[in-house]
Design a protein around this ligand. Structure first.
Ligand SMILES: [Zn+2]
Length: 427
C-alpha cells in the first residue's frame, strides 16, 4: 500500500486495493487455499476465479503473481519492495501479463500468447497470465488456449477470471483449479467502509454507510466508488439523507404513504397519486421507482412475518424497527396482492419499452387506481366469513353452515379451513 499511496491522488478503490492476502476483504476460502499452496510450494499451473464483478478476482490474481515471483517473501505474503514486486505494483512487469478477453477475443491474440509463453521469464520465476472476462473468448480461441493449458511450460502460470462460469467449456474447466468468489456481505462492506472513513478522517453516519454498502451490492470496488462520490457530494460529514439522495434511493416514507393509501378504503385519489407526481416533477426515475417499491413490499411482507435481519431485508436496523411500529398486523393476502400487482406492472413497463417518463407515469397511475379498487373488493374468504356470522346469528348454533354450502356449490367440495390457507378468514 505504501507504494500505491505515493502515486499522487488516487481514488479510494485504487488507494485501498489490497496488496497482500491479509488485506483482502472476505473470500477466505480462496485466499487460504492459494496462500497455503504457495507457501507449501504446491502452486498449480492454471486457476479459474469465478464470481460477480468487483469482489477481488483480479486483485487476488495480482497478489498471487507478486508472491510467486517475490525475491524476499514474508511468509505467505509478497514483500512489495523487491524489484519484481515493485514492477508488478506499478504495472511495468514484463512477466505478469493482464489480458482483457473482452477486447482480445480473437484467435490471433491467443496465438500470440501461445508464442510468447514459450519464452523464459525475464526477471521472475514464473510468467503469469491473468486473463480477465475469459468467457468472452471465441470457441476457436478457447481451443487454442486449451492446447497451452494441456501442456503448460514449467515457467508459466494461468489465472483465468470470469463472471460467467456457464460459458466456460468443460475442457478448460477440467484443466483448472476453480475458486468460487462470493459477493461480500453487506455487514462486512459496511465495517470496511467505517474503517476507511476513520483512516481518511471522514465523519460518517453508520446508516449512511449502510446505504452505500447496499448500493455496492456485494462489490467492495463499487462500494468504495460510491463512498468517494458521497464524500464529494456531502462535502462534510456523510449524512443519511444526502447519501440516499446521491444514490437515488427513494425515501421509505414515500412507500409507506403509498401503501397506506392503497390499503385504506377511504383514501383520496390525490393521496395515492401524489407520491408519483412528486417523483415525476422532480425528474426522478419512475422505472426505478416501480422496482424499489416492489423491493419495499418484499421487505414489508418479511417484516410482517417476523424477520428482522437488516442484511436480509436490505434496510438499516432503525428502519426495520420503524416499519414494525408503523405497520400493525396487516392482512398478508392484501400485501401479497400489492406485490403481485407491482411485479406485473414492472414486467409490463419493461415489455412496453415506454418512450418517456410521462408514459411510465400514466401506466403507474392507472395501475395504482385499479389496484386500490381491487383491494377494497371483498374477498371470497371475507364473504364466507360474514355469511358464517349471519348463519350463527340466525340459526343460534345449528350445524347448518352457509360457508360449506357455498363451497359445495362453487368448488364442488368442502374444504377444511385448516388445510386451505387461501380460504383463511380475513381479520
Ligand atoms: Zn517482493
Amino acid at each position: 500500500m505504501s507504494v500505491a499511496a505515493n502515486i499522487g491522488h488516487l481514488v479510494l478503490a485504487r488507494k485501498y486495493r489490497p496488496q497482500k492476502f491479509g488485506e483482502v476483504v472476505e473470500q477466505q476460502t480462496a485466499v487460504r487455499a492459494l496462500a497455503n499452496a504457495i507457501s507449501g510450494d504446491r502452486v498449480g499451473s492454471a486457476y479459474l476465479f469465478f464470481g460477480p464483478r468487483g469482489v477481488g478476482k483480479t486483485t487476488i490474481a495480482r497478489i498471487v503473481a507478486k508472491r510467486v515471483n517475490c525475491a524476499k517473501p514474508l511468509g505467505e505474503e509478497p514483500c512489495d519492495a523487491c524489484e519484481s514486486c515493485v514492477s508488478i505494483l506499478t504495472g511495468n512487469s514484463l512477466d505478469v501479463m493482464e489480458i482483457d478477453a473482452a477486447s482480445h477475443r480473437g484467435i490471433n491474440h491467443v496465438r500470440e500468447l501461445r508464442e510468447n509463453v514459450k519464452f523464459q521469464p525475464m526477471n521472475a520465476k514464473k510468467k503469469v497470465y491473468i486473463i480477465d472476462e475469459v468467457h468472452m473468448l471465441t470457441s476457436e480461441s478457447f481451443n487454442a488456449l486449451l492446447k497451452t493449458l494441456e501442456e503448460p511450460p514449467e515457467h508459466a502460470m494461468f489465472i483465468l477470471a470470469t463472471t460467467e462460469l456457464n460459458k466456460i467449456p468443460e475442457t478448460i474447466l477440467s484443466r483448472c483449479q476453480v475458486f468460487n468468489f462470493r459477493k461480500v456481505p453487506l455487514r462486512v462492506v459496511q465495517d470496511h467502509l467505517r474503517t476507511l472513513c476513520k483512516r481518511e478522517n471522514v465523519e460518517a453516519a453508520d446508516e449512511a454507510l449502510f446505504w452505500i454498502a447496499r448500493r455496492g451490492d456485494g462489490s467492495v470496488r463499487d462500494s468504495l466508488s460510491f463512498l468517494e462520490q458521497a464524500i464529494t457530494y456531502c462535502n462534510g460529514p456523510l449524512d443519511v439523507e444526502r447519501v440516499k439522495e446521491l444514490i437515488g434511493a427513494f425515501p421509505l416514507e414515500l412507500f409507506e404513504r403509498l401503501t397506506r393509501a392503497l390499503l385504506s378504503g377511504d383514501s383520496e385519489s390525490t393521496e395515492l397519486l401524489e407520491p408519483v407526481h412528486e417523483i415525476f416533477s422532480s425528474g426522478g426515475d419512475l422505472g426505478r421507482f416501480i422496482w424499489e417499491y416492489l423491493d419495499f413490499m418484499r421487505t414489508l411482507i418479511h417484516v410482517q412475518q417476523g424477520i428482522s435481519d437488516p442484511e436480509f431485508l436490505g434496510i438499516p436496523g432503525t428502519d426495520v424497527k420503524a416499519l414494525k411500529e408503523r405497520f400493525g398486523p396487516e392482512d398478508s393476502a392484501r400485501l401479497t396482492a400489492i406485490f403481485d400487482s407491482l411485479y406485473s406492472l414492472l414486467s409490463r413497463s419493461l415489455a412496453l419499452r415506454l418512450r418517456n417518463s410521462y408514459e411510465t407515469r400514466m401506466l403507474i397511475e392507472i395501475e395504482l387506481l385499479a389496484l386500490r379498487e381491487r383491494l377494497q373488493r371483498p374477498s371470497l374468504s371475507g364473504v364466507l366469513r360474514q355469511l358464517n356470522h349471519l348463519s350463527a346469528a340466525i340459526h343460534g348454533g345449528s350445524d347448518y353452515s352457509p360457508e360449506q354450502e357455498v363451497q359445495k356449490q362453487f368448488l364442488g367440495t368442502v374444504v377444511d379451513p385448516s388445510e386451505a390457507p387461501n380460504l383463511r378468514s380475513n381479520k
